[in-house]
Design a protein around this ligand. Structure first.
Ligand code: DQA
Length: 196
C-alpha cells in the first residue's frame, strides 16, 4: 500500500513491511531518506518544545489594580490576584508573570523587558488601548506575540471604546468574556507556542 508519511509530496511504499507476502520492495531514495531525517529532527524539536515550560507575561494597565472594587457591574467583584492564582493552578506548564501599572511608560518598559524571550504577552491596556500609539509601537518593536484582552465587550459600550490603537500591532484580540478573557488568551498563547 502507498502510505503518506506526512512529508509533503513524498509517498513511501510500505507494502513489504506490512504485507509479508508481497514481493514489493520499499523504494527509499537518498532524497527521500534526507526528507525523513529532516522530518525526524523537526519532530524531536517539537517534542522538546512541547515539554518546555512556557513563559507568559500578563500586563494590566491603568485602573486595573482596582478590579473587584471598580465599577463591579462592568468588571465584576473578583480581584485580579485571586483570579491569577486560579489561572496559575490551572496551567502548571506555564510560568505566568504578572505586572500592573497605571503608568504608560512602565508598561512599555515591561514589553521591552520580556518581549524577546517570552512565549507570549497578554495585555489589557485599559484606557491606553484607545489612546496609545506608544504602546502600539512597543508591541511592534518586540518579537513576542501580544494578545490584547478586555474584560468587558468594549464594542457594546461608549463609542470612544470602539477604537483600539493597539489591535493592529497585536497577534489577536479577546474581549467581553469577563476575567475568562485572560484564560482564553493563555490558550491562544499556548497554541501559538505549539505551532512554532
Ligand atoms: C477595559 C476596557 C477599557 O475601555 C477600559 O478603559 C478599561 C478596561 C476592559 O478590560 O474591559 O480600563 O480594558
Amino acid at each position: 500500500s502507498m502510505r503518506k508519511m506526512g512529508i509533503t509530496g513524498v509517498y513511501i511504499r510500505t507494502g513489504v513491511i506490512e504485507d509479508k507476502d508481497s514481493e514489493e520492495q520499499p523504494v527509499i531514495t537518498a532524497q527521500v531518506q534526507q526528507k525523513i531525517d529532516k522530518r525526524q529532527v523537526k519532530d524531536r524539536a517539537k517534542v522538546i518544545n512541547y515539554g518546555k515550560m512556557k513563559k507568559i507575561q500578563i500586563i494590566n494597565g491603568p485602573n486595573l489594580n482596582l478590579l473587584g472594587k471598580r465599577e463591579p457591574t462592568v468588571y465584576g467583584n473578583a480581584s485580579f490576584e485571586g483570579y491569577l492564582s486560579e489561572l496559575r493552578a490551572k496551567y502548571p506548564q506555564c510560568e505566568i508573570a504578572y505586572f500592573q501599572s497605571n503608568v504608560e511608560g512602565e508598561m512599555i518598559n515591561k514589553i521591552h523587558e520580556v518581549g524577546f524571550d517570552y512565549d507570549g504577552i497578554i495585555m489589557n491596556a485599559g484606557a491606553y488601548t484607545h489612546t496609545s500609539i506608544a504602546l502600539h509601537d512597543a508591541i511592534k518593536a518586540v518579537t513576542t506575540p501580544v494578545v490584547e484582552v478586555h474584560i468587558s465587550n468594549v464594542h457594546a459600550r461608549e463609542s470612544f471604546r470602539h477604537v483600539s490603537m493597539i489591535s493592529a500591532a497585536c497577534k489577536g484580540v479577546i474581549l467581553g468574556f469577563g476575567l475568562d478573557s485572560y484564560r482564553l488568551a493563555v490558550e491562544a498563547v499556548l497554541q501559538l507556542a505549539m505551532d512554532n
